[in-house]
Design a protein around this ligand. Structure first.
Ligand SMILES: Cc1ncc(COP(=O)(O)O)c(C=O)c1O
Length: 433
C-alpha cells in the first residue's frame, strides 16, 4: 500500500481552485466534476486495496450505509458532482423551459455527444442519447426491417426484455428467433462463438449478443462474433449494458454495427440515461421508435425524437464521464475486480458453494454469481436482506441459478467482509424457516 505524501487532484491537473478544502491542503472542485484524492503512484492493481484512496472516492457518493447495497449492477447511484449538475440543469430549465431547454441546453448536448465520441473513439454523428439500454436496443430490434421467416439469433442469457422484444416480433410478424445456450462459466470463448455459428442459417438477418452477461458477469467474445457475422453479411447488435465503463470498450476494435448501453450503470450517470451507437451507413435503413421527419432519415438524432423531455440528463452525462476519467478507468476496473475476488474467493472455500462466474482474468466483468448447494437463491437473497440488510439479487435461470453480487467503487472492505460472514453463516447454519 502506498503512503499519501500530499493531497492532490487526480492526474495532477492544473485546474482552477474553487474553494479551500476544510482541514486539508487540498481543494474542492465539485463544480468541475472534480474528485479530491490522495496522490498515488502505484499501478491500478497496487491501488485496488488502498482503503484511503477508495474512501476518498466513496466520499463523492451520498450513500445510505444503513444497508449494504450489493446490487449496483441493477442501477448505480451517481456521485455528487453528477447529481449536482443534474439539479442545476433542471433548475435552469425550469426558469423558462422552452427557451432554456431548446435554445441553450439542446445545443450544449452536442458538446457532450462529441465528448462521448472521443471517449469511445467513434464519430459523434454515430451516437444517440437515449433513456436506457432497453430503449437503445429496442430501437435496433424493432427498427431493423425483417420479413416473415427471417431469422434472428440471440443467447438465452441475454437480458429478458431483449428476448421478449424479439418474441413480440415473432408473434406479430412471423420472424423466427433462434436462441443459443452457452456454458456457465465459460473459460473457452470459442465455445460461445461455436454456439452462435451453429445457430446461423441462410435466413439469419441479425445477431444479438451481450458484451457481458447480466446473470453472471461472463464476458462474451464480441469481436469474434462480429467477425463471424460479417463473413456472412449478418450485422451484430451488441448489448453493452454491463460492459460500458466497467470493461475497456473500444468500438472501432469491436467493429460492430450497433452498440447499446445504459449510462446509469457503470458510468454512474443520472438514472434515465443511455446511449446508442449506430455505424454511419446503418443509420438510414434503421427505423426510429418514434416517427421523425423524412429529412432526418440519415441523421443519428432521429432516434432522439421522443417528444418533450429534459435535456438536463444528457448534459449531466458529461460530469459522469469527467468523474470516470478522473477516477481512471483502469483503477476503477482493478478495484471492482479486487472486491469481486475478495468475496468470491472467500466463499468459494466452502464445498457447497459454486461460482457461476469465472475469476480468470478477462473472463468476466465485476459481477459475480454464486449458488449454495441445496438452497434456493431467492431464499438466500431474502435472508441476506431480512437478517443482514445486505441487498443482492436472485438469478433464476436453468444454467446459472444463483445470487448475483455487484459491489461498486464506494463499497468498503468491511461491507464485503460482512457479506462473507453472512454467507459463511448460511452455509454453516442454514436459513431459519
Ligand atoms: C444486459 C442488460 N441489457 C439491458 C438491460 C436494460 O437496462 P435498462 O433497464 O437500463 O434499460 C440490462 C439491465 O439490467 C442488462 O443487464
Amino acid at each position: 500500500m502506498t503512503t499519501p505524501t500530499r493531497r492532490a487532484f487526480l492526474g495532477g491537473l492544473a485546474l482552477p481552485v474553487a474553494a479551500p478544502f476544510a482541514g486539508s491542503s487540498g481543494v474542492r472542485l465539485r463544480e468541475a466534476g472534480g474528485l479530491e484524492l490522495p496522490e498515488r503512484h502505484g499501478t491500478p492493481q497496487e491501488l485496488a486495496g488502498d482503503e484511503d484512496f477508495w474512501s476518498a472516492v466513496a466520499s463523492a457518493f451520498e450513500i445510505d450505509r444503513s444497508i449494504v447495497n450489493l446490487n449496483n449492477g441493477g442501477v448505480s447511484p451517481a456521485p455528487q458532482p453528477v447529481t449536482a449538475a443534474l439539479a442545476r440543469h433542471l433548475q435552469a430549465a425550469n426558469q423558462a423551459p422552452a427557451y432554456v431547454m431548446w435554445r441553450l441546453q439542446q445545443p450544449n448536448r452536442e458538446a457532450v455527444r462529441s465528448k462521448l465520441a472521443r471517449f469511445l473513439k467513434v464519430d459523434a454523428e454515430e451516437l444517440a442519447f437515449t433513456r436506457n439500454a432497453s430503449e437503445s436496443l429496442q430501437i435496433c430490434q424493432f427498427g431493423f426491417d425483417l420479413e416473415r421467416g427471417d431469422e434472428v439469433v440471440c443467447c438465452d442469457q441475454d437480458y429478458p426484455r431483449m428476448i421478449n422484444t424479439f418474441k413480440q416480433r415473432v408473434a406479430r410478424e412471423g420472424i423466427v428467433l433462434r436462441t443459443v445456450r452457452i456454458p456457465v462459466p465459460c473459460e473457452e470463448p470459442e465455445r460461445i462463438v461455436a454456439a452462435y455459428r451453429e445457430a446461423l442459417t441462410d435466413r439469419t438477418k441479425l445477431m444479438l449478443c451481450s458484451h457481458v452477461v447480466n446473470l453472471t458477469g461472463q464476458v462474451v467474445p464480441v469481436k469474434e462474433l462480429v467477425a463471424l457475422g460479417r463473413a456472412r453479411g449478418i450485422p451484430v447488435l451488441v448489448d453493452g449494458a454491463h460492459a460500458f465503463a466497467n470493461l475497456e470498450v473500444d468500438l472501432r476494435d469491436l467493429d460492430c454495427d450497433y452498440y447499446a448501453t445504459s449510462l446509469h450503470k457503470w458510468l454512474f450517470a443520472p438514472i434515465g440515461t443511455g446511449l446508442l451507437y449506430v455505424r454511419r451507413e446503418r443509420i438510414l435503413p434503421l427505423w426510429p421508435l418514434m416517427a421523425c421527419d423524412a429529412k432526418q432519415d440519415a441523421d443519428i438524432r432521429k432516434f432522439e425524437e421522443i417528444g418533450t423531455h429534459p435535456a438536463a440528463y444528457a448534459l449531466a452525462v458529461s460530469d459522469a464521464l469527467t468523474f470516470h476519467e478522473r477516477l481512471g478507468p483502469a483503477r476503477k476496473r482493478a478495484r471492482l475486480n479486487f472486491l469481486r475476488d475478495r468475496w468470491a474467493t472467500h466463499i468459494a472455500r466452502h464445498a457447497r458453494v459454486r461460482l457461476n462466474t469465472s475469476l480468470k482474468p478477462g473472463m468476466s466483468n465485476s459481477l459475480g454469481n454464486f449458488a449454495i448447494e441445496g438452497l434456493d437463491p431467492v431464499a438466500i437473497a431474502g435472508h441476506l436482506f431480512e437478517k443482514h440488510r445486505i441487498f443482492t439479487t436472485a438469478i433464476g435461470h436453468a444454467d446459472c441459478s444463483g445470487v448475483r453480487v455487484s459491489p461498486s467503487v464506494y463499497t468498503t472492505l468491511e461491507e464485503i467482509d460482512r457479506f462473507c460472514a453472512a454467507v459463511d453463516d448460511i452455509v454453516e447454519h442454514g436459513i431459519p424457516a
